[in-house]
Design a protein around this ligand. Structure first.
Ligand code: ADP
Length: 502
């Protein structure tokens, strides 16, 4: 460990750009890697150096360990930031870096390995007094054993892949009759998707909230938590809208969950930034679900309420520096919300709608941050996650952050692909969100928020942006268009004498 002089970012899109921005602030040169499909991408243009590592398919490029190690060698980078997804939670990547004397900005290969196996992680948590969802201690190997456990904890249960991730490898079992088929299917899916067919069983919690804690740990034994994020609004068990702090949180629960999160990180000798995910039931009981041993997509909401730059903290910790603050020094400032803008069609179960974004104009304003993978236009390739950007707003209160989000989403103009923008805006405007009545079933329980999305043609988006600009800047004395007066209270009423208005 020591001062880092050049960082290769083993990722693409918004997170690669976001990491590079912090590198610039810290005056550390950054190196991009890219696939052929990403030749014209913003992260490539932004980096100080860039290396093409292979064809479009992830397995040939962003998941290709050998090619990435070659790019590290070629560039002379002395550190690697893995971002999220791709190789970020592969112990062998961290190991390969360490063996070549390159600093992996993340935890040790051993910590990644310990937490990457959901079943082993459950066992480790239990020995460290962190509550887990009731279920099996190890892999389920036969039907009778599975039936006996399910009977004991009560249906419904979940058959989960030990190696699962990304919302995949889970099957709900409602009754004993369904068990055999569910186990077979879960094992088959887990085997083909993760190359590891081990399955365990845990209780299915009916209407939980997803609440996770951000932790930071350094190499000198200090470990703090940076409060929680609530990520209950999900589709296909994947997050769509997140906020910090959680609206359901009390000081007492925060103290208990925060302490459990710190114990969880210490249990695997964690060093770096990590996230402990919990489910919270209606009665306020919380259960460990998994630990993500990397930066999360939703980390900006934590940055807003703490004022910290998590990537800068990760880099400092990787350089061997101590965390410069204690738990007691940390306080929550205001409230932050993140809406993920995906190229997906909410009306058809959020199926991806990749393509070319022909017009892209992001909102600006007080308490508005947009982390995007493209600038004025760009491709959302079919090969990767179809996220276009994240809109994050901050306010002194949840209401203010919500209000800022509504207007930020209104001011966001995207053409060429269908997106989740309109859906997110309707969520912000609905009573359930505003009253914080949330659970992981939120999207299923609010079909009224789903509406057909249209991929706006470029001209329409550009026109909307121009009109909005005019509406904002038009002086009341010079009047406005009919469109403006219909939309905004205080315009000129039909039939009124313009002179009297003046
Ligand atoms: P992944 O690693 O695929 O993201 P997780 O274990 O983190 O999987 O779970 C993702 C989501 O699945 C959770 O946020 C929650 O919505 C749902 N889920 C997981 N376990 C349970 C459970 N025991 N009961 C109810 N819902 C669950």
């Amino acid at each position: 460990m020591g001062r880092i002089s050049k960082i290769l970012i083993a990722n693409r899109g918004e997170i690669a750009l976001r990491i590079m921005r912090t590198c610039r602030v810290l005056k550390i040169p950054s190196v991009a890697i890219y696939s052929v499909a990403d030749r014209g991408s913003a992260h490539v243009a932004y980096a100080d150096e860039a290396y093409c590592i292979g064809p479009a398919r992830s397995v040939d490029s962003y998941l290709n360990l050998d090619r990435i190690m070659a790019a590290i060698h070629e560039s002379g980078a002395d550190a690697v930031h893995p971002g999220y997804g791709f190789l970020s939670e592969r112990a062998e990547f961290a190991q390969a870096c360490t063996e070549r004397g390159v600093i992996f900005i993340g935890p040790s290969a051993a910590a990644i390995g310990a937490m990457g196996d959901k079943m082993l992680a459950r066992q480790l948590m239990q020995t460290h007094n962190v509550p887990v969802v009731p279920g099996t201690d190890g892999a389920v190997t036969d039907l009778d054993e599975a039936l006996e456990i399910a009977d004991r904890i009560g249906y419904p249960v979940l058959a989960k892949a030990a190696a699962g991730g990304g919302g995949k490898g889970m099957r709900k079992v409602h009754s004993a009759q369904e068990m055999e088929q569910a186990l077979n299917r879960a094992q088959g899916e887990a085997g083909s998707a993760f190359g590891d067919a081990r399955i365990f069983i845990e209780k299915y919690l009916e209407t939980p909230r997803h609440v996770e804690f951000q932790v930071l740990a350094d190499a000198h034994g200090s470990c703090v938590h940076l409060f929680e994020r609530e990520c209950s609004i999900q589709r296909r068990h994947q997050k769509l809208i997140e906020e910090a702090p959680a609206a359901c949180m009390t000081e007492e629960l925060r103290a208990r969950m925060g302490a459990a999160a710190v114990r969880a990180a210490q249990a695997c000798n964690y060093v770096g930034a990590g996230t402990i995910e919990f489910l919270v039931d209606k009665a306020g009981n919380f259960y460990f679900m998994e630990m993500n041993t990397r930066l999360q997509v939703e980390h900006p909401v934590t940055e807003y309420i703490t004022g910290l730059d998590l990537v800068a903290e990760q880099i400092r910790i990787a350089e061997g520096k101590a965390i410069p603050f204690t738990q007691d020094a940390l306080t929550i400032n205001g409230h932050a919300i993140e809406c993920r803008i995906y190229a997906e069609d909410p009306a058809t179960n959020f199926i991806p709608s990749p393509g070319t974004v022909t017009f892209h104009q992001v909102p600006v304003g007080v308490g508005v941050r947009v982390d995007a993978g493209l600038q004025t236009e760009g491709d959302i390739p079919i090969h990767y996650d179809p996220m276009i950007s994240k809109v994050i707003t901050w306010g002194l209160t949840r209401e203010e952050a919500t209000q800022r989000m509504i207007f930020a989403l209104e001011d966001y103009h995207i053409a060429g692909v269908k997106t989740t923008r309109g859906f997110c805006r309707r969520v912000m405007e609905c009573a359930a969100w505003q009253e914080a009545r949330l659970s992981t079933h939120f999207v299923d329980e609010h079909p009224e928020l789903l509406a057909e999305e249209f991929a706006l043609p470029t001209e329409a988006a550009a026109m909307a942006a121009v009109l909005l600009q005019e509406q904002r800047t038009a002086s009341p004395l010079t009047g406005g268009s009919a469109w403006r007066s219909r939309r905004r209270k205080g315009g000129i009423l039909p039939g009124n004498d313009f002179a009297t208005d003046v």
